[in-house]
Design a protein around this ligand. Structure first.
Ligand SMILES: [Zn+2]
Length: 211
């Protein structure tokens, strides 16, 4: 049930200082299967740092690799029954587990999301799953995943019900989130970070020809 869209998620360049990730792009992230209900889409949700509502990474098969919960508790309108989903609190655990076990995230997971905030965070987490790091430098780690998510959304904008205005608003909200993360570490947003976000939303981050 629902609409199934295959999103192109080509491996991005690393836009953060060396050492932020210890195994960047250990696994290529070529595509992500995304489903949403046929008649429900909310492009007006605001982005904040809170856990996204109505988003789940649903498991294709039973697996002990990651903690799971019932998928239908988090994703609606897709006719889900007993399918399991990655527990929303276990994104970091999953990032470590995929890397340790060398399991391709796309082999195990598809994404359910029925609003723009949920889709953005789904793509952000998709970036985490393919780029392993110690998470010591939080602002930089998140910046890489935010820029990647923005770049993927921009790349797939014909496949997603999203307007240029939605994307521009999202980019502004990501900038604000970035500012607050660096501020929490007692720093201003570095110029390279600012430029990375601008390149991502302008479609200049990913290699030419991707998608
Ligand atoms: Zn993150």
């Amino acid at each position: 049930m629902g609409v199934c869209v295959v999103l192109e998620t080509p491996t991005p360049p690393c836009v953060v200082p060396g050492g932020v990730f210890d195994d960047f792009a250990w696994c290529h992230s070529d595509r992500l299967e995304w489903r949403r209900p046929r008649d429900t889409w909310d492009g007006a949700t605001r982005l904040d740092g809170a856990d996204p509502a109505r988003m789940a990474f649903v498991l294709r098969r039973a697996s002990e690799l990651v903690p799971t919960e019932l998928a239908r508790v988090h994703a609606f309108g897709l006719g889900l029954g007993e399918e399991r989903a990655l527990a929303p609190w276990a994104i970091d655990d999953a990032t470590d587990a995929f890397h340790r076990a060398r399991v391709r995230p796309g082999e195990l997971l598809w994404l359910a999301a029925d609003n723009l905030n949920a889709l953005f965070w789904g793509l952000h987490d998709w970036a985490h799953f393919h780029n392993h790091g110690p998470f010591d430098e939080r602002a930089w780690t998140e910046l890489q995943c935010d820029a990647t998510a923005l770049a993927w959304l921009t790349l797939n904008r014909e496949r997603v019900p999203v307007t240029r205005e939605d994307l521009d608003r999202l980019a502004r909200e990501v900038k604000e989130l970035t500012r607050s993360r660096f501020a929490a570490e007692g720093a201003e947003v570095p110029d390279t970070a600012r430029r990375a976000l601008e390149a991502a939303s302008a479609g200049r981050m990913l290699p030419p020809g991707s998608g």
